[in-house]
Design a protein around this ligand. Structure first.
Ligand SMILES: O=C(O)C(=O)Cc1ccccc1
Length: 276
């Protein structure tokens, strides 16, 4: 039976491309409206794919906000995609006609230099995804609005054409995506783990992040931080990615379990929300 995979839709998003890169024809793809809904789709689907971070614009906030309260599923893989953005408008529009550019905030952020140089007086407006922006331009009658999206959108939606290709601020533009699975996998040869940690409330003047990292005592490769889902002001949830070094794969699952136990002993909320 084919796996059922939820992704940030509609068809033509980069997340859709990342999902296809991972599952190819072995899956049936189910588009979801938002990143939050994509993560929640694990209630009924087997897998979900969401964007994690971009090499120009950084972490995808909605994804980490969704992971704060993830109820079902774990991260079991990642996909890295090279991203080439296009400026797309209704057929017949010229770049000088454009007074409004719409896209996902990540794509707008990755093309800031292009927009400042070529469309300095255009307004920008964010959409739920890049393909949602292309779909909106396709449905509109206006020649004054353009979307930033993948070239694929020109064949996915009617009446569109590419005004400019490769408009991202750096030629080298990559996005990492997480692949989540509804069921916990049995893969024992993982090299990456994502920990979700909400530190215990501290009476001290400052929360000591160095102490937290010392307690973990593993190779930390990424730290993301979002406000914790509690009413306490300035209490944060940390997403800490740890990786095994090449010559350290054998004992590392045990060292990881020990780290999590130590964190819990010190009163922190600590969970493993992915391993791949
Ligand atoms: O909107 C999309 O196409 C996405 O998949 C999110 C995104 C946006 C910009 C770069 C990478 C991922």
């Amino acid at each position: 039976m084919k796996a059922r995979v939820g992704f940030l839709g509609p068809l033509g998003t980069y997340t859709h491309q990342a999902a296809y890169e991972y599952f190819h024809d072995s899956a049936i793809y189910h588009e979801q409206k938002t990143i939050k809904e994509t993560l929640e789709s694990l209630d009924t689907l087997d897998y979900a794919v969401v964007p994690r971070e971009n090499s120009i614009f950084g972490s995808v906030i909605e994804t980490f906000d969704g992971l704060k309260t993830l109820k079902r599923g774990t991260i079991q893989g990642e996909v890295v995609l090279k991203i080439q953005h296009c400026l797309v408008a209704r057929r017949g529009a010229k770049i000088s006609d454009i007074d409004c550019v719409i896209s996902h905030e990540q794509a707008l952020g990755q093309c800031q230099k292009f927009l400042a140089r070529h469309l300095p007086s255009a307004t920008t407006s964010s959409t739920i995804s890049t393909a949602a922006a292309a779909q909106k331009v396709s449905k509109s009658q206006s020649l004054n609005v353009a979307a930033i999206c993948s070239e694929i959108c020109v064949t996915t939606f009617e009446g569109l054409e590419v005004l400019e290709k490769g408009i991202q601020d750096e030629d080298s533009n990559y996005t990492r995506f997480f692949v989540l699975s509804r069921n916990h996998g049995s893969n024992q040869s993982f090299t990456h783990v994502l920990l979700r940690i909400t530190p215990r409330k501290t009476c001290a003047e400052h929360f000591d992040l160095t102490e937290l990292l010392r307690t973990i005592d593993l190779c930390v490769t990424r730290i993301d931080r979002r406000p914790a889902p509690v009413s306490e002001p300035f209490l944060d949830t940390y997403f800490i990615e740890v990786a095994a070094s090449k010559n350290d794969t054998s004992g590392w699952p045990d060292r990881l379990s020990n780290s999590i136990s130590r964190l819990k002993e010190r009163g922190h909320l600590a969970e493993r929300i992915g391993q791949w």
